[in-house]
Design a binder for this molecule. Structure first.
Ligand code: PEP
Ligand code: MG
Length: 313
């Protein structure tokens, strides 16, 4: 993209022919939220709550949590924020929640699984989130990380909706992608975490730099899982977003939108490049790009195929 095109794009997210695609920010705390609110975004697609607690020994009270969450919600009054419940464990250890001494923490008790033997931890967090939503008036959606079964999604949705909030789950485990249509019967929206979805689909540690060729969201198997999930969303008429690093790649973003993804959430720095790129292509081109990426043999071929579609357009 030229500097002029980047500077000119001021949102909202849409393709050249006017199809709306929500461009959202990933945030970690009040400070990053205030910063993100200066970008041309329609809201926050991923508030990683566990990042507020990485240096806390003890669990904050419901009241303290409510204040911490309100700081993140406040800059987005009139817009909306998707709050993710604690994704403690594995690469994000939280002292008061993470299970110690697991052989395989990435496959262990992390994310929503922490509530299996400690349901009150999640209940208190949801109380804090609901209080923050109430005090700020910001539209608040809540989603759970590391969901593997429809029963988990249903139980979580019941807990969230009983507090009057919209409920969703992240698609980070291949089982959730394969069952996206049934997940969508239980929840209001899905959000694909491509970092973990790639890790689990490819059985390759997302932190292992020597496996970078495998932990690549352009891998055909990962793209297939995303396409299955997006298609289920279209069938159900419910939003399916992407909030992993893949959403920050302008080239991949075009293909994701062509698959039927309805929102892209990313680091604030990626908002303009992605928004400007989307505004430069029609939905037809996005669909062509999706097809090209999905039929490619490997990540390099997929990138080349999408570039070719864009060059032709
Ligand atoms: C992901 O897994 O893609 C995601 C968005 O969550 P996190 O990176 O925080 O694990
Ligand atoms: Mg994740």
């Amino acid at each position: 993209e030229t500097r002029a095109a980047l500077a000119a794009w001021e949102g909202p997210g849409r393709t050249a022919d006017g199809a709306g695609v929500k461009v959202l920010a990933n945030v970690a705390d009040g400070e990053s939220s205030a910063h993100a609110a200066e970008a041309p975004v329609e809201g926050v697609g991923l508030f990683r709550t566990e990042l507020c607690f990485l240096n806390r020994k003890d669990e904050p009270s419901v009241e303290e949590q409510a204040e911490i969450y309100a700081e993140v919600l406040r800059p987005f009054a009139g817009k909306y924020v998707v709050v993710r419940t604690l994704d403690a464990g594995s690469d994000k250890p939280v002292a008061f929640a993470t299970h110690e001494g697991e052989e395989n923490p990435a496959l262990g008790v992390r994310g929503l699984r922490l509530s299996f033997d400690n349901p009150e931890l999640l209940e208190r967090q949801l109380d804090g989130i609901a209080a923050a939503a109430e005090s700020t008036g910001t539209e608040t959606w809540v989603m759970a990380p590391m969901v593997a079964t429809v029963a988990e999604a249903q139980a979580f949705a019941d807990q969230v909706r009983s507090r009057g909030l919209k409920a969703g789950v992240m698609v980070e485990v291949p089982s959730a992608a394969l069952l996206a249509h049934r997940m969508l019967e239980a929840v209001d929206f899905l959000s694909i975490g491509t970092n973990d979805l790639t890790q689990y689909a490819m059985a390759a540690d997302r932190m292992a730099t020597d496996l970078a060729h495998l932990t690549d969201p352009w891998q055909p198997a990962v793209l297939q899982l995303i396409a299955i999930t997006a298609h289920a969303g279209q069938q159900a008429g419910k939003p399916v977003g992407v909030c992993g690093e893949a959403a920050a790649d302008p080239l991949l973003a075009v293909a994701l939108v062509g698959m039927g993804i309805t929102s892209l959430s990313m680091a604030a720095a990626a908002v303009r490049p992605v928004g400007a790129r989307l505004a430069s292509v029609t939905m037809d081109v996005c669909e062509e790009a999706a097809e090209a990426a999905l039929s490619a043999a490997d990540p390099m071929a997929a990138r080349a195929a999408v570039l070719e579609v864009l060059d032709r357009a």
